[in-house]
Ligand binder design. Sequence first.
Ligand code: COA
Length: 154
Amino acid sequence: MSAVLKDVPELKPMRESDLAEVTAIEDAIYTHPWTRGNFADSLRAGYECRTLRLGGELIAYFVLMSAAGEAHLLNLSVAARHQRRGHGAMLLGEAMALARRLGARSLFLEVRPSNRGAQALYTRFGFRKAGVRRAYYPAAIGREDALVLTLPLQ
Ligand SMILES: CC(C)(COP(=O)(O)OP(=O)(O)OC[C@H]1O[C@@H](n2cnc3c(N)ncnc32)[C@H](O)[C@@H]1OP(=O)(O)O)[C@@H](O)C(=O)NCCC(=O)NCCS
């Protein structure tokens, strides 16, 4: 295979067989990662779960739930050594397009106030702060609030 073809990122539905690679990334990039069970439950529940592979290596993924005209981005992650190369932006664009196709009029998500990098990405896509969920995330000491960000899709 040519280097050019090998380097085209492939977006695919996440499968149970991807979960070892997914949780390896998850464990490496979060202080409080989702468990294998969280992903397996998401697959079983029929949530929209996608992986991104580059040269065969799983490098990023998202989990999206869509119901009653509203979509919720539950997880968006890029492996540490592949961050800041546009993969997160590409996946976010895919999640938005998918939510629209599923009939969602808006997309929302939670983010830690301390996660400035992710907030920069979401702001760039037009997400705006809609509220705060108090003590939503586990933290090193106690709990951390979540910012709720929303984006109209129509
Ligand atoms: C947040 C995350 C998904 C972004 O994915 P990524 O592939 O690294 O981001 P991209 O390269 O697509 O960035 C697109 C733009 O978002 C903004 N951005 C992304 N990461 C940033 C960072 N760490 N600091 C500042 N701005 C950032 C920038 O505007 C960037 O454009 P630029 O690189 O031209 O400046 C990824 O860094 C990640 O998985 N982080 C750990 C897990 C996480 O925080 N997930 C989100 C939970 S809500």
